[in-house]
Design a protein around this ligand. Structure first.
Ligand SMILES: [Zn+2]
Ligand SMILES: [Zn+2]
Length: 369
């Protein structure tokens, strides 16, 4: 804790009104808290609705890149992770993988987040969660279990885009409806030919066409270079009802990951998701038993985007030169991670199992005799 506070001292962006110490965002009180005198200061969150920004060509506005605090971008040579840290802080370790090979990047314009979920789980909670998680791992090597890894936990805001769009689609397709008819067939039974009837299904196809409009609100696309869809899934769902309008105060004491997926790439993913949703909507609207040759032509209007930050505690560690990762959802406290396994413990466990099974078999054989 002392080390983090010292690092923050180098770049006091939110000085305490009574002692001048660094105020960091405190997950317990959801306020800024002085690291020295403990003074709390409320974050005035004007209940302004997050602003959507136009994405459509021709009317694309200059994105706001003023985060309200001085930052620098650092990039890790080992994992490629890019993060935003306070301007004067000297980064020593990569928050994602723990590598010391971090380089300051030339100043880049980073689109300002529109809203975020503030950390609800603090460093102590995350550390305790990590300990409890380690304790529950049976096959963890003893040396690793005893190691104190709390200092390597980093609180990171990971980036997302959300998109809104009005869509208007024209479609054509063949709709197939099942019908049944009774057919008379013959078969040979015991050398005699007899007739019988059977229900036979056939499909009647006809062309349909139509129009379908739908508004899509807040299609969420991860923009992280460190957390792919799979990793994020393991962190569980963030409750987006807990979004607050962005204030630089929430970032005090935390790191923000710089988005690796830019807003147009993000739109590409959102559009794919929207395309799938439209396809299934339109199939349902067409009805019938089958649909084929479905062709959809969609126009998008009023496309807007927002940039969001979601909270994650991240710890990376190496054990016998293999990397492992531990994560805590900074909102819900859900824990996920992968752990090294001790080959010796697994072998021992397998031997105990075999011995138990062996004993049972022996007793049973003896009993059955
Ligand atoms: Zn103070
Ligand atoms: Zn790294």
């Amino acid at each position: 804790m002392a080390k983090d506070a010292n690092e923050a001292m180098e770049a006091i962006q939110f000085p305490c009104a009574s002692c001048g110490g660094a105020m960091l965002f405190d997950a317990d009180s959801q306020q800024l808290k002085c690291q020295y005198c403990g003074r709390l200061q409320a974050i005035d969150s004007d209940n302004e609705l997050p602003q959507e920004h136009a994405l459509d060509d021709g009317m694309q506005e200059e994105a706001d890149t003023d985060w309200g605090l001085a930052q620098q971008t650092i990039k890790c040579e080992a994992c490629g992770g890019e993060s935003l840290i306070p301007a004067l802080q000297t980064a020593t370790l990569c928050p994602f993988c723990g590598s010391p090979k971090v380089l300051s990047q030339p100043a880049t314009a980073n689109i300002k987040p529109e809203s975020l979920i503030p950390f609800q789980v603090d460093r102590d909670d995350a550390t305790a969660a990590f300990r409890a998680w380690k304790k529950k791992r049976w096959f963890l090597p003893g040396a690793f279990k005893r190691e104190n890894t709390s200092a390597r936990l980093s609180g990171i805001y990971i980036p997302y885009w959300t998109y809104d769009a009005d869509t208007s689609s024209a479609y054509t397709a063949e709709r197939g409806d099942y019908h049944y008819r009774t057919v008379t067939k013959t078969r040979v039974v015991n050398g005699k030919t007899e007739t019988y009837t059977e229900q036979e299904r056939y499909t009647v196809w006809h062309w349909v066409s139509g129009e379908y409009d739908r508004f899509f609100n807040d299609v969420l696309v991860p923009a992280s270079g460190q957390y792919d869809a799979k990793l994020l899934e393991r962190l569980g769902n963030f409750e987006l009802g807990g979004l607050f309008g962005y204030k630089p105060d929430y970032l005090s004491g935390y790191i923000a990951e710089r988005y690796s997926v830019n807003r147009s790439q993000g739109w590409g993913e959102a559009r794919e998701w929207i395309g799938d949703a439209l396809r299934s909507d339109i199939r349902a609207e067409i009805g019938g038993d089958e649909v084929r040759s479905l062709n959809i032509d969609t126009d998008y209007f009023n496309r807007t985007f927002k940039h969001l930050l979601l909270p994650v505690w991240n710890a990376s560690y190496n054990y016998k030169s293999k990397p492992y990762r531990f994560m805590v959802n900074g909102q819900t406290g859900l824990v996920s991670g992968n752990a090294p396994r001790s080959a010796w413990k697994i072998t021992f466990f397998a031997m105990v199992c075999l011995a138990v099974v062996g004993a049972f078999v022996w007793v049973y054989m003896d009993y059955a005799r």
